[in-house]
Design a protein around this ligand. Structure first.
Ligand code: ADP
Ligand code: MG
Length: 695
C-alpha cells in the first residue's frame, strides 16, 4: 500500500464508503485518512458505571448487556430502534432514529457491549442517542488500547458504517500495514529537536499509549507541518533566485542624493535609515529583491518607498507604486509630486477614472520610458501597461497579494523588477513568517518624533449626547472630525441603510448651514468621492461621514476626532488604521469608539485593548489571539492557514525554529542530497512552483 493509493485500497473501505469519505471529509487517499486525526481521545481506563453518571454532556464509555431490542414505526418511512443497556449498576436506553436496519443486524440481546456516547435525561431515565458500540469480546480481542480516538464524523458517515469506532478500526488496520513511512524531516533536524519518526508519530496520533507519547507525536507533526510550509516558501525562493535575474542597482546617484540633501522635509528616523539601507543592499546583488516592509500607521513607510524608487531612477530604471484604492493612489501621487517638485522627475498617475485619451498618453509615455515613476491601483498589474525598463515595484497593500500576482510583474520587464511590499497595518511576527514566508522582512519600529498618542475612549449609545457635545466644542475650535460606519460586505444594502440613518442623525444634531458635511462611501462614483474628500481636505466641511473607504491614506492634519460607530464590528487592526487618520497635525487627538450598550466579553476585551495601547504590533497580536487567524481581515482567502495540527497563535517558537532550520538546510545542502522524501515532496508540489512566467 502506498500513501497515494485510493482510499478503496483500505481494508473495510469499498466504493460506497470511499464515496462518503470523499464527500464528507475530503479524504481520497490512504495518506489523507492517515492525516485525518482524532479531535479527542477517550481514556478507556476511565470506564463509567451507570449509577455514577451525571448529566454534564460528557462523552462516556459504558460496558453492559443489551436487552429488549425494539423497533417502533414512527412515520411512513421512519422508524425508531431502542434497547436497554444494563451494567449491573443501572440501565440506559439506547436510541437510533436512522440507520436502524444496520443496527438491528448488529445488536444481539444477552451480549456484552462497549457503548460510547453522550448521555442525556429523557422521561426520567438515562438515554443515549446514536451511540457507538462494539461487542466487548471483539473489543478486547483488538487489544487493550488505553485511549480510544474520537474522530469528527457526520450523520451521513454514521449511517454508512463510518462512525468514529469504524474509522478507528480502518485506521488501525492501515497503520499496522504501513511498514515504512518516508520521513520528510532530515535526520539531523529530528535529532536536534528530538522528534519522533513520522511513522511513530502518525501511529501515536491515532492510538497513543500515553499522554506523553501523544504530546511528542503532536510536537513532531506540528513541526513537520510548519517545516514543510516554510520549505515550500524558501525552496521556491531559492529557485527564483537562480532562475530570475534582476537589475543591479550599483549606485546611489543624483536623484537620491539631491532629494536627501535638499528636499527631505525632516531628518529620517533611525528605523527609516536602517530599512533604506537594507533595501539598498538587496537591490545591488543581482538577485531579485522580495521584501516586506512592515511599520505601524504613520511610521513613514511612504518616504521609504519614495527613496527606494529614487534609487531605481538613479540606475536608469522606472519604478511603479501600486495602491489598493484610487483615493490612496491619488494621495501618493500628490505627495510624490510635492516632494519631488523641481527635481525634473516625471511622475504620472494612472487610474480608472482618467479619460481614455489621457490613459493612452500615459501608457505610451511609460512604454517609451519617459514616465519614470508611475502610480496607480493594483489594477496596474491586470492592465496592459508596458514599461520600457521597470526596475522596482512597490505594492502598498491592503489585502494579501499572492506570489502568483507578484509574479505577473515579470511579464512587464525582461529582467525581473525588485519588489517591495508594504503592509497597511502591522501583522504579528508568526503570521508574517507564515503568510509572507517567501519575503524578507524589514520593520520600521520607531515613530517620527513628537507624536502624541491618540486619546482613545469607549462610549456607548447612552453617552451619545455627551459625545456630540464634545464634537461641537472641537468644531467650534476650528477642528474637523470623522464619523465612520462599518462596511460589511455581505449586505451592502443594510450597510448603506446604517450609513443613511447615521447621516440623518448627524444632520439633526449638526444642522446646516452652521455645519458642513462631506459624505463618502463605496457606492459613490470616484469623482464625487474625490470632490467630497477634497472639500474636507481644504477645510470647507467640518464633518466627514464615511464608510471605511477613508481607512487607507487620507491625510488631513486638522482633523482631530475620529468617531467609529459600531466599533465592535471592526477588526482591531482596522480600528487602529482608522485611528491613525487623526493626530497627524501634532495637536491632541481623540478616537471615540461607539458601541451598543451591551457587549460580549471578547468585544469588551478588544475595545479595552484599543483604549489601552497605540502600538500597532501589540494590537495585531491581540487581534490574532482574540479572534483567531480565520477572522483577520484579508486572511480568509489564503490557503496557508489551513493548518491541521499547528496553531499560528500558540506555536510561534516552532514557526521560528522551522524557518531557521529550513534556511540552514537550503544553505548547506541546496541540492538536498540524501533527502529523498523532501525531493519527492518537491516533485509532488512541482505544479505549484510553476506559477508565473519564469522560463
Ligand atoms: P505610513 O507608514 O502609515 O504610510 P506615512 O508614510 O504616511 O506613514 O507617514 C506619516 C506621516 O509622517 C507623513 O505625514 C509623513 O510626512 C511623516 N513623516 C514620515 N517620516 C518622518 C520623519 N522621519 N520625521 C517626521 N515626520 C515624518
Ligand atoms: Mg501609508
Amino acid at each position: 500500500m502506498q500513501p497515494d493509493d485510493a482510499a478503496t485500497y483500505l481494508k473495510g473501505v469499498g466504493t460506497a464508503k470511499a464515496k462518503v469519505l470523499a464527500a464528507e471529509l475530503d479524504v481520497h487517499t490512504v495518506a489523507d485518512l492517515l492525516e485525518y486525526f482524532p479531535f479527542r481521545y477517550i481514556d478507556r481506563t476511565q470506564r463509567s458505571t451507570i449509577a455514577a453518571l451525571s448529566d454534564d454532556g460528557d462523552y462516556v464509555v459504558l460496558h453492559g448487556e443489551v436487552s429488549d431490542i425494539r423497533t417502533t414505526v414512527t412515520g411512513k418511512r421512519s422508524e425508531r430502534l431502542t434497547c436497554t443497556l444494563n451494567d449491573g449498576t443501572g440501565s440506559v436506553q439506547l436510541v437510533w432514529f436512522a440507520g436502524t436496519k444496520w443496527v438491528r443486524e448488529k445488536l444481539k440481546s444477552g451480549i456484552q457491549y462497549v457503548v460510547m456516547g453522550k448521555v442525556s435525561i429523557f422521561n426520567w431515565g438515562w438515554q443515549m442517542t446514536h451511540p457507538e458500540f462494539e461487542e466487548l469480546a471483539k473489543s478486547e480481542a483488538n487489544g487493550e488500547v488505553p485511549f480510544l480516538p474520537v474522530y469528527n464524523t457526520t450523520d451521513r458517515m454514521k449511517r454508512n458504517g463510518l462512525g468514529t469506532r469504524a474509522l478507528a478500526r480502518i485506521t488501525e488496520t492501515m497503520v499496522r500495514s504501513l511498514a515504512n513511512i518516508p520521513d520528510p524531516l532530515p535526520e539531523e533536524i529530528r535529532t536536534q529537536h528530538q522528534l519522533v519518526s513520522r511513522r511513530d508519530a502518525l501511529i501515536a496520533m491515532h492510538f497513543p499509549q500515553s499522554i506523553a507519547q501523544l504530546d511528542s507525536a503532536r510536537r513532531r507533526m506540528k513541526y513537520e507541518e510548519l517545516f514543510l510550509l516554510q520549505f515550500d516558501y524558501q525552496y521556491a525562493r531559492m529557485q527564483r533566485q537562480h532562475a530570475v535575474r534582476s537589475r543591479v542597482f550599483s549606485r546611489v546617484g543624483e536623484c537620491f542624493n539631491r532629494f536627501y540633501k535638499e528636499k527631505l522635509p525632516f531628518p529620517l528616523t533611525g528605523a527609516q535609515k536602517r530599512v533604506i539601507r537594507e533595501i539598498r543592499e538587496d537591490m545591488r546583488t543581482g538577485h531579485q529583491m522580495n521584501r516586506l516592509l512592515q511599520g505601524d500607521v504613520g511610521s513613514g513607510k511612504t518616504l521609504v518607498a519614495l527613496m527606494s524608487m529614487l534609487l531605481a531612477i538613479d540606475n536608469g530604471c522606472q519604478a511603479c507604486l501600486m495602491a489598493p484604492t484610487e483615493i490612496l493612489a491619488s494621495q501618493h501621487y500628490a505627495t510624490f509630486c510635492r516632494m519631488l517638485d523641481g527635481m525634473n522627475i516625471r511622475v504620472e498617475l494612472l487610474t480608472g477614472s482618467l479619460k481614455n485619451k489621457e490613459k493612452t498618453a500615459i501608457r505610451e509615455a511609460t512604454a517609451k520610458g519617459e514616465v519614470q515613476l508611475l502610480i496607480g491601483t493594483h489594477a496596474l498589474i491586470e492592465e496592459s501597461v508596458a514599461f520600457s525598463d521597470l526596475g522596482l515595484v512597490v505594492i502598498d497593500e491592503q489585502h494579501r497579494f499572492g506570489v502568483e500576482q507578484r509574479s505577473k510583474l515579470w511579464t512587464k520587464s525582461t529582467l525581473a523588477p525588485h519588489i517591495l511590499v508594504m503592509t497597511a497595518t502591522p501583522i504579528p511576527r508568526t503570521l508574517a513568517m507564515t503568510l509572507y514566508g517567501d519575503l524578507d522582512c524589514s520593520v520600521i519600529d520607531e515613530l517620527p518624533p513628537g507624536r502624541i498618542p491618540v486619546h482613545t475612549v469607549h462610549r456607548r449609545e447612552a453617552d451619545r449626547e455627551r459625545v456630540f457635545f464634545f464634537l461641537r466644542n472641537e468644531i467650534a475650535r476650528g477642528r474637523q472630525v470623522y464619523v465612520v460606519y462599518p462596511l460589511i460586505h455581505e449586505s451592502e444594502k443594510t450597510d448603506l441603510k446604517n450609513l443613511q440613518e447615521g447621516i440623518e442623525l448627524m444632520l439633526f444634531y449638526f444642522p446646516r448651514p452652521q455645519y458642513q458635511f462631506s459624505i463618502v462611501h463605496g457606492q459613490l462614483p470616484p469623482d464625487e468621492k474625490a470632490y467630497a474628500m477634497e472639500r474636507f481636505k481644504r477645510g470647507e466641511t467640518n464633518i466627514m461621514v464615511a464608510t471605511t473607504v477613508i481607512e487607507v491614506g487620507v491625510d488631513v492634519p486638522n482633523a482631530t476626532v475620529m468617531i467609529i460607530e459600531n466599533a465592535e464590528r471592526f477588526g482591531l487592526s482596522q480600528l487602529h488604521q482608522l485611528r491613525g487618520r487623526v493626530g497627524r497635525g501634532g495637536g491632541k487627538a481623540y478616537c471615540i469608539l461607539m458601541t451598543k450598550d451591551t457587549l460580549t466579553t471578547t468585544s469588551k476585551e478588544r475595545i479595552r485593548t484599543m483604549c489601552s495601547t497605540t502600538d500597532g504590533f501589540k494590537i495585531a497580536e491581540a487581534d490574532l489571539k482574540l479572534r483567531g487567524p480565520g477572522d483577520i481581515q484579508g486572511l480568509q482567502q489564503s490557503g496557508t492557514l489551513n493548518l491541521k495540527v499547528a496553531s499560528i497563535v500558540d506555536d510561534e517558537p516552532i514557526v521560528a525554529a522551522a524557518r531557521n532550520d529550513v534556511r540552514q538546510l537550503l544553505e548547506n545542502n541546496p541540492t538536498l542530497k540524501g533527502c529523498e522524501p523532501l525531493l519527492h515532496h518537491i516533485a509532488a508540489k512541482h505544479n505549484q512552483y510553476m506559477w508565473g512566467k519564469i522560463s
